[in-house]
Design a protein around this ligand. Structure first.
Ligand SMILES: Nc1nc2c(c(=O)[nH]1)N[C@H]1C(S)=C(S)[C@@H](COP(=O)(O)OP(=O)(O)OC[C@H]3O[C@@H](n4cnc5c(=O)[nH]c(N)nc54)[C@H](O)[C@@H]3O)O[C@H]1N2
Ligand SMILES: Nc1nc2c(c(=O)[nH]1)N[C@H]1C(S)=C(S)[C@@H](COP(=O)(O)OP(=O)(O)OC[C@H]3O[C@@H](n4cnc5c(=O)[nH]c(N)nc54)[C@H](O)[C@@H]3O)O[C@H]1N2
Ligand code: SF4
Ligand SMILES: [Mo]
Length: 730
């Protein structure tokens, strides 16, 4: 690709188009500067939600940053990504102008005006010919929720399309569905102080040391000498630092959790007060009768004694037990039932609604929780449901739009959107702040599907992500650090981000792009009150009134900053503000009868178990604390790049390596039924025999993964595919 075109500016560069409201002048930052003031911003990577203190020059531009000392989340700490958060902004690979890709040719620059005209003309013509289900958006958990809500409302209520999903499907859909079905609302109960108040901390499929390093620091601050139990097939960095590692067989979780419930109910180590607030205990008790430790020993790879002992620990009435899970649970063919099996254990032992307890899902991206509430994908914006006519009328009233603009059905899920591309039902996609050509399961399929699309628009901060390179039209976006808005972290804490740099060239904030598209489409009037992210915030705040996520008590961004972030709910008139709040302290849940539900079903077989031809089970996940997802951002930091291997590697058990004649650094081809990749061998006793691990940060990996999904949440089963290893002669 010719880089020269990026350096040139063409097209009308009008002040109106490139200058964001409240954005800075075009001045270059002098090389030697002393900060004259500071501001704060929530980190734009993971869902921990650390607050960073940004040091500014006299023009208000960032010159450096440090972790914020007294913020209740990170208490003065940050991981390497947070410390280096400004680096990716100044990369030469930033998109600076819209780009147009003609079939077979290099992209050419175009003006915003022409880009908007083309966007509107193409999508309107596809809608006219093929109907309102023929275009879909795919979005993210990494932009502020004001932007996500704008996209969802514009696309569905303004442009009149039906389908759109967020990449939180890859990540959080399981937890969302599990909570909704069990509690009546998507409501992760924890506050981070619970890490410090537990006597027993059980981490299921969660590698905090790598993926949420500052949450691990919170665990380390626990002065109760807690027992830390890690349930993970691999001996991860977290497992090695824990008190106990339960090295179960992959996807043995559901059987194990049922066996724990079996032992606890059999021995009556239960909390009757907690059980009184539930429904379905009788059928749950008779269901788990079949799951004795002996019955699940084979499936879990654990001994009966190990299971009995774990059951006693997690049901000790004198101990506060908190359960935390992440992708080892969510990304599974039976993720929802596994998450609910954790919820069930908390309900029977009374480990819910009290300090140091809870069935707590840890979210992934900085705004995954905001996406869950406001993206207008599977739920109606503001914690509502599309199928509920009262909800539709309320949302229409507050947004001042006709109620019949709100569809009564939710969108197809991510995988179903791709299936609809395959069958020709969906003709165009608009992809915003996500890179599915790298991150989606069985990603090789996407190159084939690309040929079926009449039009692909990609809106990203870089012009050269795997997905952006496939686009017909690329729209250059401003990034974290160049715009304002709010994120919601794993403990439901809302925090603000601020513009501290000027976006490069003609890149615009996603918020501004959505405004321009609304005008170009002819529905700008519908969003006339969405003038700035903060004005949009106020509309969204009002929408939450009366819902479990009610935040009508928040007056302004300033109030959020003054309070050290605000957890939902925070209802208008509530004078009892506390910096740390957990849910369900009153024992009531969100169903009409206010009881939680026991939900369960028998464990299923692995969708693609290893066999003679493909004898290894491939596990995937995060590799280092310095790499973020598809590396579009972290690869731009010279500091971070030094902290991880540039090339893909495969972790393999020493005995398996010996059997195959493999030595460290040997190049090897890893093959599945869908595709192959090369990686170098890394012999590691941390993986079990018969299993291999490859970090998700290397683009070729998802050519191997097996496209199977949880039936309730449709979350991809990223962590279990059958592969073989073939040595490449050196
Ligand atoms: N450095 C860094 N941090 C990140 C991210 C990043 O890309 N880089 N991404 C962020 C995002 S979006 C997310 S979602 C989180 C993910 O955070 P985590 O979920 O903690 O990270 P993963 O490595 O994907 O998966 C966790 C563990 O699940 C285990 N596992 C695999 N199969 C099973 C199983 O069947 N049962 C059990 N019990 N465990 C299993 C894996 O061995 C792995 O150690 O991290 C966030 N933080
Ligand atoms: N095999 C395997 N695959 C996985 C996983 C796994 O564990 N194993 N984990 C899955 C999970 S949990 C997740 S969350 C996904 C993550 O997958 P992705 O969402 O595809 O990963 P990112 O690299 O974070 O992509 C974000 C994109 O947004 C761009 N961007 C950043 N900020 C902005 C902005 O402000 N505006 C715009 N317009 N663009 C911006 C970045 O340049 C980048 O291209 O991967 C999933 N894929
Ligand atoms: S732990 Fe997460 S939020 Fe905190 S600095 Fe690191 S990436 Fe940012
Ligand atoms: Mo994620």
């Amino acid at each position: 690709m010719n880089l020269r075109f990026l350096k040139q500016q063409t097209g009308p560069l009008t002040k109106d188009l490139v200058q964001e409201p409240g954005q800075f002048g075009l001045g270059k930052v002098p090389s030697r500067l002393k900060p004259v003031s500071t501001t704060t911003s929530i980190c734009g990577y993971c869902a921990t939600g650390c607050q960073l203190k940004i040091h500014l020059d006299e023009k208000g531009e960032a010159i450096n940053l440090s972790p914020q000392a007294h913020y209740p989340v990170n208490l003065g700490m940050a991981c390497p990504k947070g410390w280096q958060a400004l680096d990716p902004l100044t990369s030469a690979e930033r998109g600076t102008t819209p780009l147009l890709r003609k079939v077979g040719g290099d992209p050419t620059e175009t003006s915003w005006q022409d880009a908007l005209d083309l966007f509107t003309k193409r999508l309107k013509s596809i809608k006219e010919t093929h109907g309102h289900e023929s275009v879909a958006f795919l979005s993210t958990g990494q932009i502020p929720f004001e932007e996500m809500a704008f996209l969802g409302c514009l696309f569905k209520f303004g442009m009149g399309f039906l389908h759109g999903d967020a990449n939180t499907r890859q990540c959080m859909a399981t937890a969302v569905t599990a909570y909704k079905q069990s509690f009546g609302f998507d409501a992760p109960p924890a506050t981070y102080a619970d890490f410090e108040l537990s006597d027993v901390i059980v981490l299921v499929g969660a590698n905090l040391c790598i993926a949420h390093p500052i949450l691990w620091q919170r665990v380390m601050r626990n002065k109760r000498n807690p027992k830390i139990i890690v349930i993970d097939p691999r001996s991860t960095e977290t497992a090695q630092a824990a008190t106990q590692h339960i090295a179960l067989k992959p996807k043995g979780d559901l059987a194990l959790l049922y066996a724990l419930a079996h032992c606890i109910l059999r021995d009556e180590r239960i909390d009757p007060v907690s059980i009184a607030n539930t429904e379905g205990i009788e059928s749950f008790t008779s269901f788990v009768a079949d799951y004795s430790p002996a019955a699940v020993s084979e499936k879990t790879g654990l001994t009966e004694a190990e299971i009995e002992s774990l059951a006693r620990t997690v049901s000790d009435p004198s101990l506060k037990v908190s359960w935390w899970w992440t992708m080892g649970v969510n990304q599974s063919h039976e993720g929802v039932r596994t998450a609910q099996a954790i919820i069930n254990l908390c309900l029977i032992t009374g480990n819910i609604g009290k300090p140091g307890t809870g069935p707590n899902s840890i979210t992934g991206q900085c705004n995954a929780m905001g996406s869950r509430l406001f993206s207008n994908t599977t739920s109606l914006v503001g914690g509502h449901e599309f199928y509920n006519s009262d909800h539709r009328e309320k949302v229409a009233r507050i947004l001042e739009i006709p109620a019949d603009h709100i569809p009564s059905e939710s969108s197809l899920a991510y995988d179903q959107i791709f299936d609809a591309v395959e069958t020709g039902k969906i003709k165009a996609l608009w992809i915003v702040a996500t890179n599915p050509f790298h991150s989606w399961i069985d990603s090789g399929k996407l190159s084939r599907l690309r040929e079926k699309l009449d039009f692909l628009v990609v809106q990203d901060m870089y012009w050269n992500t795997e997905t952006a390179l496939a686009a017909d039209l690329y729209l250059p976006a401003a990034s974290w650090g160049e715009k304002s808005g709010c994120f919601i972290n794993s403990e439901r804490r809302i925090g603000t981000i601020k513009p501290v740099k000027k976006a490069p060239g003609q890149a615009l904030s996603d918020f501004r792009i959505f405004r321009l598209i609304a005008d170009s489409w002819g529905c700008g009037d519908m969003f006339k009150k969405w003038t700035t992210p903060e004005e949009a915030f106020k509309i969204l705040r009002d929408l939450t009134q009366g819902r479990p996520c009610d935040i009508t008590g928040i007056e302004s961004y300033q109030m959020i900053d003054d309070r050290g972030g605000i957890q939902w709910p925070f209802v208008l008139g509530d004078t009892s503000f506390k910096p740390e709040r957990r849910l369900f302290e009153d024992g009531f849940f969100y169903f009409e009868n206010r009881k939680a539900k026991f939900l369960f079903s028998p464990p299923q077989e692995l969708p693609e178990p290893p066999d003679v031809e493909f004898p290894f089970l491939l596990l995937t996940g995060r590799g280092t604390s310095s790499q973020w997802h598809t590396q579009s951002r972290t690869s731009k930091s010279t500091v971070l790049r030094k902290l991880y291997p540039a090339d893909a590697y495969v972790e393999i058990h020493p005995s398996d390596a010996k059997r195959l004649g493999l030595k460290n650094h040997h190049p090897v081809c890893i093959r599945s039924r869908r595709g192959e990749m090369t990686a170098f061998v890394y012999i590691a006793p941390t993986v079990q025999m018969g299993q291999v691990f490859i970090p998700m940060h290397y683009a070729a990996l998802n050519r191997l993964t097996h496209p199977s999904f949880d039936p309730h949440s449709r979350q991809p089963n990223y962590k279990a595919a059958a592969v073989k290893l073939v040595r490449i002669p050196s």
